[in-house]
Design a protein around this ligand. Structure first.
Ligand SMILES: Cc1ncc(COP(=O)(O)O)c(C=O)c1O
Length: 394
């Protein structure tokens, strides 16, 4: 039930939005493709890449990113659930799609008809999918998830025999893959990743006892791709790396060099100066008077706020880039507006482009910096850029 195959040239050119737009995100599909090839080169041609485009491609636009990755030859796409998978199929994407977060009762027919590949770990997953596959007369590949220590999704090693017995009597399902997920692959001296890897090896041995040797064996997220080659097996599932960010790899609480992956951030978040104010010394700026000017200065008002996903926690903390200089965010980030002090930057005018995430003139603000200020992770910053912000593909 695929829509006709789409190609990249059919992505609507929304560049005009830059001219009209108050705040927008520029997505470099070229950078996305380069990051994919860098990862492929890093893990080697023998390791299959499942490019994770869940959560609307980490805020970058799942359909556009999936089309671009498909054009670059990505063999697998990873999404959260069947709804995300169906949306990609509806856009004409034909690449294999892995549903990484289970299924809901009632979805099985759609999963089969949309040629989506479910992850299973409950006996009822297998029973219901077998029924749907039989009805549609197909042989459905499934991936089995093993819980090796995160205690979220997946079957424990001890629960595998029951699932293997269930699979053995299925005539319309076959075990194509087996997976697990790391809690903290980026912490090199933590015990959990080796423990998880050991339990995963036990799971593979248990499957072998039932003569199950799935060709796609996968554990690795971005951190494992960067720092744990022993976990790559036959497939890896990088997400954040594709979008140009690597997690800091830690040993003894210190950041150590991870991989030498040459990554390019895919997303640049921009806005424009809406208005400029001269503010005398001793005046408060914005809600709750959280910032009071120490001397007379100029304040630029930006049409971006927490409704766009620019977190309120950045109030009085973050910085932006305007005319190639850093300008501090002063006062509270509100729903639609943010104020920055531009007293030190001559010539600021209404309409000037402002970089919220991105680089210019040797200055840079990235999602890691904003995440640190919010005690969060770059994932949340990127996924949090709201639908009000048009994505412009370049
Ligand atoms: C099962 C699974 N695999 C892979 C990923 C990709 O993770 P990352 O973006 O850290 O590479 C995720 C993301 O949370 C995930 O849930």
């Amino acid at each position: 039930m695929n829509a006709p195959r789409t190609n990249l040239s059919q992505i609507p050119d929304r560049r005009s939005l830059i001219l009209d737009g108050r705040t927008w995100a520029e997505i470099s599909l070229g950078a996305l493709g380069e990051n994919f090839h860098a990862i492929q080169q890093h893990v080697g041609a023998g390791v299959t890449i499942c490019a994770v485009v869940k959560a609307d491609g980490y805020g970058h636009g799942a359909i556009e990113c999936a089309l671009a990755l498909e054009a670059e030859g990505v063999p697998w796409l990873g999404v959260t659930d069947a709804a995300e998978g169906r949306a990609l199929r509806g856009a004409g994407i034909w690449t294999r799609i892995l549903l990484m977060t289970g299924i809901w009762k009632g979805e099985e027919d759609g999963i089969v008809s949309h040629n989506l590949t479910p992850t299973v770990w409950e006996t009822w997953h297998i029973e219901r999918l077998e029924k749907a596959a039989k009805k549609q007369q197909v042989n459905l590949p499934v991936h089995l998830k093993v819980d090796t220590g995160m205690n979220r999704l997946g079957a424990k090693v001890e629960g595998l025999p029951r699932l293997c017995e269930k699979l053995a009597v299925c005539e319309h399902l076959h075990l194509e893959g087996v997976s697990t997920h790391f809690a903290s692959a980026e912490v090199l001296d933590a015990e959990d990743a080796p423990r998880q890897t050991k339990r995963f090896e036990q799971a593979l041995a248990k499957l072998a006892e039932y003569d199950l040797h799935p060709p796609l064996v996968h554990m690795g997220n971005s951190a494992a791709v960067s720092a744990r080659p022993e976990t790559w097996k036959t497939m890896v599932r990088p997400g954040i790396l594709l979008y140009g960010y690597s997690l800091p790899i830690l040993r003894g609480g210190e950041i150590v060099d991870g991989s030498s992956l040459p990554l390019v951030p895919v997303l640049t978040w921009k806005t424009r100066v809406l208005t400029v104010k001269d503010v005398p010394a001793g005046e408060a700026v914005g809600y709750a008077s959280s910032y009071v000017t120490g001397k007379s200065t100029r304040i630029a008002v930006l049409p971006v706020g927490y409704a766009d996903g620019y977190p309120r926690l950045l109030s009085d903390r973050a910085r932006v880039i305007v005319r190639g200089e850093y300008a501090p965010v002063v006062g509270r980030v509100s729903m639609d507006l943010t104020t920055v002090d531009v007293g030190h930057i001559p010539g600021i005018a209404v309409g000037d482009e402002v970089i919220l995430i991105g680089a210019h003139n040797g200055r840079s603000v990235d999602a890691v910096e904003l995440a640190r200020l919010c005690e969060s992770v770059p994932y949340e910053i990127l996924c949090g850029i709201s639908q009000r912000v048009p994505r412009v593909y370049i």
